[in-house]
Design a protein around this ligand. Structure first.
Ligand code: DQA
Length: 145
């Protein structure tokens, strides 16, 4: 039987949402997004655990923890580590849990260095370009898994 918990992991600089390049990322803070996720998660019957770190290794540790806590699925906005981190790719493959890649913007329409996604090589799905709604759509996809 699957757990009724969904883990939402956010990587570097996402703690600055609300003031960070609002022309790209909008004005919602990560707390605003976490509150929306908790409310939608409750409607869908899931507890949502939303976390943020600026450190790559902490994201790896949290992915490992997800396996031991038997979460239903993970939403991962790895920020810039999306485009650089083989460690995150390996961690996603190692935990054997569904991970959905999330982005507020659409990295593929931005600078070429954002077009490569290591996270996307192992994620089961990717929701991007919808601003904060990317997280909500990803949560709904995760709940349906
Ligand atoms: C981002 C896109 C990444 O390219 C960028 O490095 C981020 C945010 C997004 O949510 O649109 O930090 O993941």
């Amino acid at each position: 039987m699957s757990s009724r918990k969904i883990l939402v992991l956010n990587g570097p600089n996402l703690n600055l949402l609300g003031t960070r390049e609002p022309e790209i990322y909008g004005y919602a803070t990560l707390d605003d997004i976490a509150q929306r996720l908790a409310a939608r998660g409750a409607e869908l019957g899931f507890a949502v655990d939303c976390r943020q770190t600026n450190h790559e290794g902490v994201l790896v540790d949290w992915l490992h923890e997800a396996r031991t806590q038997q979460v239903h699925a993970v939403l991962l906005n790895a920020g810039a580590y999306t485009h650089t981190s083989i460690a995150l790719l390996d961690a996603i493959r190692a935990i054997q849990l569904p991970v959905i890649e999330v982005h507020l913007s659409d990295p593929e329409t931005r600078e070429p260095f954002r077009h490569l996604s290591y996270v996307g090589m192992a994620a089961v799905d990717c929701i991007k370009g919808l601003g904060p709604d990317s997280y909500i759509v990803a949560l709904e996809r995760a709940a349906a898994l």
